[in-house]
Design a protein around this ligand. Structure first.
Ligand SMILES: Cc1ncc(COP(=O)(O)O)c(C=O)c1O
Length: 381
């Protein structure tokens, strides 16, 4: 080591093997992965994904986007279902959001995008500029102009920023990176109505909330809205890098030949993995079970942590859960890890749990026991 940029704070453990919802380090120690690799391996290390990747690699793993790609059509079809969208495939969440920003600008002929304070949309210049957090922009000079930031759950703050040049509003329905802040139902519905009435496009960033994370294929389904554009990545390939931008078919003309593209986007391996993931998520009853399992997990978690003085709130949607605390998070995260549980932080004082959707009741109980123990230890110190 020593030859890598220091842009990540890495723990001194390497996971070298995985099985189901468990990771194993060099010493063979098992860790229950309550991060899903930051919302990525939503199905754990699922054998179906491994099988299709191997099979596809035997056949062909890359073709340029100058040729037909029936796997892209297949994945688009599974993502779109009965709705009226077109899909564009890329390799990450940031790229998907770049595509969304470009589509919004080109299709409306307007430039301004309103996003939200504390939002996170990625690290490329466009997606970074869309993100409503100053800390991650420090030192990089001017961002992309024409981004403005409203307050989550405050429609007036959006309206105050609207001009004749507003192309789109861009929103995470649950702000993931900044602390599991859930957008309220009436706010989102009123925002969607307002956008429709004013011809402003509504972009929903489903990079973290999508692919079953909240108990629906897409979080916008909880709200009874259909965004003009939405973006996916993380769980789409269950660990194989892939992103997608879906836009209403009526916006299709703006993305005509040569307007946008990606060498690797929609790669055969990525599409094979995504197709297998979608088959599982769309199995009859799979997501309904996720919803009920997540609700019962959250209830048990709330009971177990009810008397913990350091816990101020437990919130979230489906298996996207935040535990707001009054304590030093790094201590809690490393204490949980020592007990074989991998968890994440979000924002300044929130523990973030993104367990695999395939979590068993026994695994959930095990995680709760570890969390209870680490909170007890922490409050005793
Ligand atoms: C909501 C959201 N959008 C975009 C991104 C960026 O995705 P990527 O890291 O794949 O570029 C993330 C990553 O955490 C995210 O949570």
């Amino acid at each position: 080591m020593g030859k890598l940029f220091n842009n990540y704070q890495r723990v001194d453990i390497e996971f070298i093997r995985a099985e189901g919802n468990y990771l194993f380090d060099q010493e063979g120690k098992a860790y229950l992965d309550f991060s899903s690799g930051i919302g990525v391996t939503n199905l754990g290390f699922h054998p179906a994904v491994k099988t299709v990747l191997k099979k596809q690699a035997e056949q062909i793993w890359h073709t340029p986007n100058l040729y037909q790609n029936s796997l892209q059509e297949e994945v688009a079809d599974k993502l779109i279902g009965f709705r009226d969208y077109l899909a564009y495939f890329c390799n990450s969440g940031a790229e998907a959001n770049e595509a969304a920003i470009k589509l919004a600008r080109k299709s409306t002929g307007r430039q301004e995008i309103i996003s939200f304070k504390n939002s996170f949309h990625g690290r490329t210049f466009g997606s970074l500029s869309a993100s409503g957090q100053d800390a991650i922009k420090q030192g990089f000079g001017d961002g992309v102009p024409h981004f403005y930031y409203a307050s989550l759950n405050d429609l007036d703050s959006v309206k105050d920023l609207v001009t004749d040049d507003t192309a789109a509003v861009m929103l995470e329905l649950v702000q993931g990176e900044s602390g599991i802040h859930v957008a309220h139902k009436d706010f989102v519905r009123n925002l969607a109505d307002f956008c429709r009435q004013t011809g402003i496009l509504l972009i929903i960033d489903e990079v973290q909330t999508g692919m079953g994370r909240t108990g629906k294929l897409f979080a916008f389904e909880h709200y009874g809205i259909e965004p003009d554009i939405f973006t996916l990545a993380k769980g789409l390939g269950n660990g194989f890098p892939v992103g997608a931008m879906l836009g209403k078919a009526s916006l299709g003309e703006a993305f005509s030949y040569g307007s946008h593209g990606s060498t690797f986007g929609g790669n055969k391996l990525a599409m094979a993995a995504s197709s297998a993931v979608l088959d599982i998520l769309k199995e009859e009853g799979f997501l309904d079970t996720v919803l009920s399992k997540a609700a019962s997990f959250k209830q048990k978690l709330a009971q177990a942590l009810a008397n913990q003085p350091l816990v101020t709130e437990i919130r979230g949607m489906g298996y996207m859960i935040g535990i707001e605390t009054e304590s030093d998070l790094s201590g809690l995260v490393s204490a949980a890890r020592a007990k074989g549980l991998i968890i994440l932080t979000a924002g300044r004082n929130v523990l973030r749990l993104l367990p695999p959707l395939t979590l068993t009741e026994e695994e959930g109980d095990r995680a709760i026991a570890v969390l209870q123990a680490v909170f007890e230890e922490q409050s005793a110190t």
